[in-house]
Design a protein around this ligand. Structure first.
Ligand SMILES: Cc1cc2nc3c(=O)[nH]c(=O)nc-3n(C[C@H](O)[C@H](O)[C@H](O)COP(=O)(O)O)c2cc1C
Length: 359
């Protein structure tokens, strides 16, 4: 069994930032670092097809994140020829490993039999695993869901994980058809953790350090992979480490969240990027932050209507700083009926109404 890179606190369960297209980019990775980096980062996926070249902005996230933590480069594709070529290109980068996406539920993706679509075809997965194991310059990891419509191929897929020596398996405990709805079924993670020879990361609705501890106890997984809750609460990986060591957990106040908003704004700025293009990017991130602000969702409602930087910051100040709010605690779990929309891969509806941003 190949060694995984050491975690920040030796002996603790692993923590990883889930790959999120258009979110876990360079600005977000840079922002997360000072709040408490995860043990491992996973990039947004590199598309692999006949004409593909490594997307520059994802390469930059590997080269310039500056957190000192290992990064796994995720790929999405199915052609052996083009996967092999992409792996040769990725081998030149300082990555800890290459991760295969077997979970993306976007119809335009799975209809091409890539991402979550691969889960319908274990024979194809076997071919890709064989190639990736033979040619991986470093570690070879996979991220998958329990199946496409149901878990009918799950055991076969886990056998392939063992047969082809996958080094780390991240498991989102839902099917592709379930998208992001409902509670994940963590019993599948327990099954995988018992069956797979490699460490398994539990993924899906790990919303807090307490939930991480609960899911680890329930599943016996080697660690947790956290996505949307790391956007809402960038302290979550630090809190996990504090919780795992039995220490006191840092509890952010609204003023801390306001400072986080400033960090996100500074990180998402690019020379020449017009304000009207930066605001929608910020709103995409604040969409998740809003789930911890107020149980009625007023922050989200007002935030979504803003167009300019000034308006956006006025809404942030009103909800996070003014009228004694600065000292209030930020919710440790997302408020139950406050939904981030959209909360998955795909274009932001607001973007359609805005000028094209070419940067
Ligand atoms: C906006 C967004 C983009 C995503 N992009 C990817 C991706 O590029 N690759 C991938 O494997 N999963 C992707 N996912 C799925 C997440 O990695 C993760 O499996 C899922 O969000 C469940 O974890 P969570 O409940 O902690 O967010 C994405 C999810 C979201 C919300």
């Amino acid at each position: 069994m190949r060694q995984l890179p050491p975690q920040i606190v030796p002996g603790q369960p692993l923590t990883a930032l889930a790959p999120m297209q258009d979110v876990t980019d360079l600005p977000f990775m840079r922002t997360l670092g000072p709040f408490g980096a995860p043990d491992y980062f996973f990039t947004e996926y590199f598309r692999v097809h006949v004409h593909s070249t490594l997307e520059r902005h994802i390469v930059d996230s590997i080269l310039q994140h500056g957190t000192g933590r290992p990064v796994f480069a995720q790929i999405i594709g199915e052609s052996l020829e083009h996967i092999e070529r992409t792996m040769r290109e990725l081998a030149r980068l300082p990555i800890a490993g290459i991760d295969l996406n077997m979970g993306c539920p976007a119809p335009k993706v799975f209809k091409k039999n890539v991402g979550g679509g691969l889960l319908r075809e274990p024979a194809k997965v076997a071919g890709i695993f064989r190639l990736m194991r033979a040619t991986a310059p470093t570690l070879f990891t996979a991220k998958m869901r329990v199946g496409f419509e149901d878990a009918r191929h799950f055991d076969e897929l886990l056998s392939l994980v063992n047969e082809h020596g996958v080094d780390l398996l991240s498991l989102h405990a839902r099917t592709v058809r379930q998208l992001y709805r409902g509670e994940p079924d963590y019993s599948w993670i327990r099954h995988a953790a018992r069956t797979a020879r490699c460490p398994v990361l539990a993924n899906g609705n790990i919303t807090s350090a307490d939930k991480a501890v609960e899911v680890l106890a329930q599943t016996g997984a080697a660690g947790v992979m956290i996505g949307r809750s790391a956007i809402r609460n960038p302290w979550i990986f630090r809190q996990c480490r504090e919780r795992f060591s039995g220490g006191e957990i840092f509890r952010p106040r609204m003023a801390d969240v306001r400072a986080y908003v400033d960090c996100l704004w500074a990180a998402t700025a690019q020379p020449g990027l017009p304000e009207l293009c930066q605001v929608p990017r910020m709103k995409k991130l604040l969409n998740f932050v809003g789930q911890g602000v107020d149980p009625e969702g007023s922050f989200l409602k007002e935030m979504r209507r803003t167009v300019t930087y000034g308006d956006l910051m006025r809404v942030c100040d009103a909800h996070l700083v003014e009228n004694g709010r600065a000292e209030m605690y930020f919710a440790s779990e997302p408020h139950a009926n406050v939904l981030a929309r959209p909360n998955h891969e795909g274009p932001e509806p607001d973007d359609a109404e805005l000028p094209a941003c070419s940067l």
